[in-house]
Design a protein around this ligand. Structure first.
Ligand SMILES: Cc1cc2nc3c(=O)[nH]c(=O)nc-3n(C[C@H](O)[C@H](O)[C@H](O)COP(=O)(O)OP(=O)(O)OC[C@H]3O[C@@H](n4cnc5c(N)ncnc54)[C@H](O)[C@@H]3O)c2cc1C
Length: 363
């Protein structure tokens, strides 16, 4: 509603305070706190010690530009930020992409010389040509450790606690602590428990992956994103992570952790149709974590009509999108720029189909 938008931009003015409390210690919260300390703001980061598997710890770590150009631009900016903060966390990997339509995404990636059309390597099955290039892949554990130390090094305060209530000027933690300042909620799927607006504009779904050991030499340090039969695979030296984007919506965050084994077997089967060596690989583990997406599949950044700001809804692509979106949020809070409309948390969110809005196939 237009009224809501106006209220939210008024809130944005109020939010340009001196001290911020960032709620959430995943990539989004860490990136927000880091960017705010870089702008010279006083920041308290509320980051509970992890007793549960969160998306930031579970991510495969691909920084993908295989998304609509305005999101791909954010991916390039995030890659730059991550390369500055934690160069040790990034490995540039050989990448193969098999698209399914999405001509604007093909054009963007070809024009930026990220991918070019090439004959399929001999180890691929069922495809004659594909797009070859390279993509950065991030070890999210290293990235998050580097962000924490940057935040602390710039005077940010890191509190191990969980919010139970968020108001316009304070956050009550589960430890009976009240923190004063302007809250920015970046608690991933749990943001819905803290900010009313997000219950209407977002959904939570399960994102899952399995790990196999012992990639053949030609697959080491290689990413394959196959949009035609819908899977991705990231192979490091010894392990490969296989996953896809076609997971289920979950009704509550707490029941979103159990992997759907039938679904994972299906992913493995599809991947083996393309890369037959997977049939001989040794499965080693599998996991699931909840992700939050806005109904129109773009992130949500900035003031909400609830009187607090958010940085959330990164879908299955928070490594790719959170750092650059956090920078835009910090710039807007510093009064240097405004948040682009397609990211603005006060926009009217219109649902897109098909569901789920897949991070690697958003067209
Ligand atoms: C299997 C899998 C593979 C993925 N692969 C990729 C990929 O290759 N590339 C990519 O870009 N993205 C990928 N993603 C998506 C990416 O991991 C997420 O988009 C991103 O991690 C979301 O970060 P976040 O900080 O918003 O949320 P989260 O990681 O969920 O973090 C939320 C944080 O908030 C904390 N929190 C929760 N409740 C509270 C509270 N009440 N008070 C205080 N803190 C709270 C949590 O403990 C947690 O630390 C993948 C995700 C999964 C699950």
């Amino acid at each position: 509603m237009p009224g809501d938008v106006e209220e939210a931009s008024e809130t944005m003015e109020l939010l340009r305070g001196e001290g911020y409390i960032v709620v959430g210690g995943g990539i989004a919260g860490l990136a927000a706190a880091y960017m705010l300390t870089r702008k010279g703001f006083k920041v308290t980061l509320l980051a509970p010690a992890q007793s549960r598997l969160t998306a930031s710890g579970a991510a495969a770590g691909i920084i993908t530009t295989l998304m609509p150009p305005r999101l791909a631009e954010l991916a390039l900016a995030s890659a730059e930020i991550i390369g500055e903060v934690a160069p040790e966390s990034v490995r540039r990997m050989k990448a193969y992409w098999i698209p399914s339509g999405c001509s604007d995404i093909v054009e963007y990636n070809v024009s930026k010389r990220i991918f070019s059309e090439a004959p399929a390597p001999p180890h691929f099955s069922g495809v004659d040509s594909l797009y070859a290039g390279s993509l950065p892949v991030v070890d999210t554990g290293l990235l998050m450790a580097a962000l924490r130390s940057e935040i602390a090094g710039r005077g940010g305060r890191i509190v191990d606690g969980e919010a139970v209530e968020v108001a316009a000027t304070a956050v009550e933690t589960g430890e009976g602590l009240t923190l004063h300042g302007t809250p920015i909620v970046a608690a991933g799927p749990w943001s819905r428990d803290l900010v009313q607006t997000l219950r209407r504009s977002t959904v939570v779904y399960r994102c899952q992956a399995l790990s196999v050991r012992g990639p053949p030499a030609w697959m080491k340090n290689t990413v394959v994103i196959d949009d035609e039969i819908d899977f991705y695979i990231v192979c490091w030296e010894r392990d490969c992570v296989v996953g896809d984007g076609s997971n289920d919506r979950v009704n509550s965050v707490d029941d979103g952790f159990n992997p759907d084994l039938d679904d994972l077997l299906d992913v493995a089967y599809r991947a083996s149709q393309r890369l037959p060596w997977l049939l001989d690989a040794t499965p080693s583990s599998y996991w699931a974590a909840p992700c939050i997406a806005a109904l129109d599949a773009a992130p949500l950044a900035g003031a909400t009509p609830d009187g607090v700001a958010v940085l959330t809804a990164f879908n299955g692509a928070g490594v790719t999108l959170a750092p650059a979106t956090a920078e835009l949020l910090a710039k807007s809070l510093a009064g240097e720029a405004s948040i682009p409309g397609f990211l603005d948390a006060s926009r009217s969110v219109k649902p897109v189909e098909p569901w789920p809005p897949e991070p690697f196939r958003l067209c």
